[in-house]
Design a protein around this ligand. Structure first.
Ligand code: HQG
Length: 181
């Protein structure tokens, strides 16, 4: 990805997940906003965006962070929100036997005391493989991966959701279901 793409992707994450109001946008409950309004808001805050660049970033996003509506007019981030204006009705799904959460070793003591909490975001994010979880943990320091007995928890009534890019989401995870991978 070019610097322009990475930069635009970060900008889209910022306004579509966290601070839409920073450029005067209002997202609907499902996180959607008109692409025209996004371009307009960006321009007013001094950032040149056009539809081709947005589409390019959406298609080339390694983690498929964003989606464009079927009619081509709207865009949203598919997960990772912190803004309270969005409350996506994620599909509840039966998880695989195990899911993984990558974090940094410096958070471990607190996590093993309090369980996994969503932090600034609305959900705790889980991956289907150790490799992805390791990369997620690495963003914050020396990575460590926690293994979650997801299927067993689901069978006990715990709710698991999946975003359209494959990321698994839960509201929290108590300590008793966490073990080191
Ligand atoms: C930690 C990226 C102390 C948690 C990634 C994590 C992911 C605790 C941090 C997505 C804790 C929150 C999400 C507790 C949890 N005490 N620390 N009780 N409970 N934590 O960024 O999962 O590039 O909000 O372990 O790839 O790291 O943005 O969550 O380290 O998919 O698309 O608190 O973001 O994707 O950090 O990352 P984050 P995350 P994007």
């Amino acid at each position: 990805m070019s610097k322009q793409h990475t930069d635009t992707s970060k900008f889209l994450s910022f306004v579509l997940r966290h601070e839409p109001q920073a450029i005067g946008l209002t997202l609907d409950r499902e996180g959607w906003v008109e692409i025209a309004a996004l371009i307009d808001g960006a321009r007013q805050s001094g950032r040149a965006l056009d539809e081709a660049l947005i589409r390019d970033v959406v298609t080339s996003s390694d983690k498929k962070r964003f989606a464009i509506s079927e009619d081509g007019l709207r865009i949203r981030a598919v997960q990772g929100h912190s803004t309270e204006s969005v409350a996506i009705a994620y599909a509840e799904k039966v998880p695989p036997e195990f899911l993984y959460h990558g974090t940094a070793t410096r958070f471990l003591e607190s996590i093993l005391k309090e369980g996994l909490k969503p932090g600034e975001r609305q959900h705790v994010h889980l991956s289907e493989d150790v490799q992805t979880a390791t990369a997620v943990g690495q963003r914050y320091g020396k990575p460590v991966v926690l293994k979650i007995e997801a299927l067993r928890m689901h069978q006990q009534g715990f709710k698991f959701f999946q975003a359209e890019n494959g990321v698994w989401l839960v509201t929290h995870l108590p300590t008793h279901c966490l073990q080191l991978a």
